[in-house]
Design a binder for this molecule. Sequence first.
Ligand code: ADP
Ligand code: MG
Length: 232
Amino acid sequence: MLVADNVVKAFATDAGNAPALRGVSLGIAAGEFVCIVGRSGSGKSTLLNVLSSLLTPDAGQVLYQGRDVAALSARERDRLRATDFSMVFQMHHLLPYLTAFENVLAPFLSTIRPVSADKRRKALECLDRVGLADKAERLPGRLSGGEQQRVAIARALVTEPRLIFADEPTGSLDGDTGRHIISTLGGLVTEGISVVMVTHEPAYAAMADRVVEIADGLIRGEARTDARNTGV
Ligand code: ADP
Ligand code: MG
């Protein structure tokens, strides 16, 4: 479904051009949960941002459903990101003065039209999906860190994406809460959604279908886990 083919990406710095990705090839299948691991600075976030088309590769290609994403117009790319891709970040980025429910609706609030009853129903469904239907009317400040991140996952789900990209979604959470977040993300793939997650926590990585290790801008190793066979 999503393929990175020999992707190269460098950033301009004071010290010159610093390579972040030096030729990375990776395929993500529909309904697959892939975890990207590696040390800080190894290129994980850059790879995720290239895969999600936030960044354009300097060389190589990212193909989504067989189409070169860089060859799309900016408008087509924006539309693709809005309809097919969703992001979950390390910090949940919830709006503090909106309730959990309103935060989940936020992807629809930029339009001048009122939000339809259908979308409101969908938002409640997504909150229910992450176990928070009973806290829909709470402000983020009255939710725990793990609950806030689950609201962010519900918000990522509300647009019915094909792919969810998550960059260290457990970064600020303790172990048990983190595992709960990962299993929530992992549960989405049973609905055919693909999840690509960055983490540096090996215990979390083991909960994915496949672990890709990146070091110094290159894929160092890949392993298939049996997480789903064991029912995790
Ligand atoms: P990771 O997520 O694995 O910690 P990153 O992908 O964020 O690593 O970064 C990989 C390398 O690229 C690092 O050396 C980092 O300093 C550099 N880098 C990332 N983003 C930028 C940027 N916007 N400008 C300059 N250098 C960057
Ligand atoms: Mg990072």
